[in-house]
Design a protein. Structure first.
Length: 260
């Protein structure tokens, strides 16, 4: 997965939110009935408070929802950029002495295998080990390439062309690591959860004037909110849910297949 140490799984989060919202709506309804029994006008004047809470919640949803697709697109583009960087550096190995090329090409294949394993991993502990292994291959490739470009049999422009390509290949790996670890602070998701419960409590309180529960309204409000939050989290963490980056990894897989 290659993601941050703290990952929010959309499924359990959405399930907990759905149950919590229904519970808060029922609690709010019962509190409202209890309050109406003591003051028949208890529901009057609550519109401003409800409007403020629901408005704030809507703004927070919009803020988080707009950011998630942008980060998803950035991660997708970085996959193509890394494939281009690795492919370019691999082709420029032709500038090195013939006897230095086989070893470096094998290092490139092993490096790309490690990069593919890292991006597909779903084990956070394994991620660190895989990334460290890939970093080790980077160092080996760099040392071997620098030494080979200094040999008299190398192409005169080998150093000028190959070294910058290797530098781009190494840099993009770090850029991708930071991209997949870039998420809104978990405090934002906590606030999203709390505001959803508070909005549900107020919604239930507002429905206290009805004789029977309106399951249609209660379930609709909870489901719409939960589905929206689920989609946000699924896009935000595209290695563990329904929204996946696996399709875009194909360009890296195709590159690996071309490294004969």
């Amino acid at each position: 997965m290659g993601d941050a140490d703290s990952v929010i799984n959309a499924g359990p989060f959405a399930a907990a939110l759905f149950i919590g919202m229904l519970g808060c709506m029922e609690l709010g309804r019962r509190l409202g009935k209890w309050r109406i029994e003591r003051d028949p006008k208890a529901l009057e004047g609550l519109g401003a408070v409800e409007g403020a809470v629901f408005g704030l919640y809507g703004l927070l949803i919009a803020f988080v929802f707009l950011g998630a697709p942008a980060r998803f697109d950035a991660r997708r583009h970085l996959i193509a950029e890394e494939a281009n960087a690795i492919g370019t550096a691999y082709l420029r190995l032709d500038l090195l002495p013939p006897d230095a090329q086989p070893g470096l090409r094998e290092l490139f294949r092993r490096y790309l295998d490690a990069r593919l394993e890292f991006t597909r991993s779903a084990d956070l502990a394994a991620d660190r080990e895989i990334f460290a292994r890939a970093t080790g291959f980077q160092q080996q490739i760099w040392n071997a390439a620098v030494a080979a470009t200094r040999r008299p049999e190398a192409h005169p422009d080998a150093g000028k062309l190959l070294i910058p390509s290797l530098n781009d290949m190494i840099d993009i790996a770090t850029t991708r690591l930071m991209a997949v670890r870039t998420h809104p602070p978990q405090l934002v998701y906590g606030l999203l959860f709390v505001l959803a419960l508070l909005a549900s409590l107020l919604a239930g309180f507002g429905m206290a004037g009805r004789t029977r529960r309106s399951w249609l309204h209660m379930l609709s409000f909870a489901l719409i909110t939960v589905i929206t939050v689920y989609v946000i989290l699924d896009i935000e963490y595209p290695r563990i849910g329904l929204v996946r980056l696996d399709t875009y990894d194909q360009v890296m897989t195709d590159l690996r297949s071309s490294m004969k």
